[in-house]
Design a binder for this molecule. Structure first.
Ligand code: NAD
Length: 307
């Protein structure tokens, strides 16, 4: 690929100011600038959050997200457009966010934040609060997110088990199950944490059967993609007290509609798809882009190539 102009699409503004990344990459030996939908065709390559059909005329598209389920792989393939993603950078951010959810549930912090809004002084019941050591978290998906979650929760004394497509061991996970044995893996866990990409295989991986398999005092966490979970089935399980609660960063419809019952549930923490946010996000993405520019030059295989 011969690069004359790399665009930073203004859709990345949902995560960081596009100009920050353009400045960070300004020393590259070609033009780097922020572009809107009107000047996509002035570029050979683009860094983006969202997909646009006009990208199919470019040579290279880099997604600032790890999940690339919004891009039409077949069309990229047919048109010879290279697609790369930003997996590999979200281990610590997601790990700390998930630790925050678990600490909130264990130490009842979400209750107190809610009470504070009403100026209400109310202590938990004697048997509500607990500590994390001795609990087990089953992490479904042992890639970057899963590894980061295992790392941070492991340091807090949580026993970590994992689910991946094969049952091969992974460092940081005490026990690994194959996805075929998902029910066995989640049946005894205090926390089930979903960190898989959304694919044909993982669409609605969690539904009524899985929530029935989990313990009634277990918490469910989804930081992957909304459609990995059958959301109405999750709502039913929460309403029926078949689960203790849930922390959700991603939803089948985003933004989460105002009339979703999830907003009003005491034992549900809703975050607006921001579990990986950090003020260093543009630098982490910029490092991948820079590395791939070098690899284009040297003819090496690209980092994080998807198509
Ligand atoms: P990754 O490629 O490093 O890891 C994904 C892991 O899931 C891999 O180990 C893969 O083998 C495994 N996997 C795939 N299909 C599976 C299946 N059927 N059963 C079990 N395991 C399976 O990607 P990552 O960086 O860890 O990101 C994972 C996903 O998390 C992304 O695709 C994205 O959708 C989501 N994500 C969400 C946020 C957020 O803001 N909440 C941030 C980053 C990523």
């Amino acid at each position: 690929i011969d690069l004359d102009r790399l665009g930073i699409h203004d859709s990345v503004d949902a995560v960081f100011p596009p100009a920050e990344l353009a400045d960070f990459l300004a020393d590259l030996p070609f033009d780097v600038g922020v572009v809107g939908d009107d000047d996509i065709e002035s570029c050979d390559a683009i860094v983006t959050l969202e997909h646009r059909d006009a990208f199919l005329d470019l040579d290279w598209v880099h997604s600032i997200q790890a999940g690339v389920d919004r891009f039409p792989f077949d069309e990229f393939d047919e048109r010879g457009v290279v697609l790369t993603n930003s997996t590999g950078i979200h281990d610590r951010t997601i790990g700390e966010t998930v630790a925050g959810y678990l600490l909130a549930f264990a130490r009842r912090l979400h209750d107190h934040v809610a009470d504070q809004g009403d100026r209400r002084w109310e202590r938990p019941a004697w048997n509500e609060a607990f500590t994390l050591p001795g609990t087990t978290a089953c992490v479904v998906g042992t890639g970057t997110l899963g590894g980061g979650v295992a790392d941070v929760l492991g340091a807090l004394g949580v026993r970590i088990t994992g689910v991946r497509r094969s049952a091969e061991p992974v460092p940081g996970f005490e026990e690994i199950y194959a996805t075929d044995d998902l029910h066995e893996a989640i049946a005894d866990a205090d926390f089930v944490i979903v960190t898989v990409p959304l694919t044909e295989d993982t669409y609605h991986l969690f539904g009524a059967e899985e929530f029935a398999t989990m313990r009634e005092d277990a918490y469910f966490v989804n930081v992957a993609r909304g459609s990995v979970v059958d959301e109405p089935a999750l709502i039913d399980a929460l309403e029926d007290d078949a689960l203790a609660g849930a922390a959700l960063d991603v939803f089948e419809t985003e933004p989460l509609p105002e009339d979703s019952p999830l907003w009003g549930m005491d034992e549900v923490i809703v975050t607006p798809h921001c579990a990986a946010y950090t003020r260093d996000y543009f630098r982490d993405v910029g490092d991948i882009v820079r590395e791939n520019v070098d690899r284009f030059d040297s003819g090496d295989e690209l980092r994080n190539r998807v198509v």
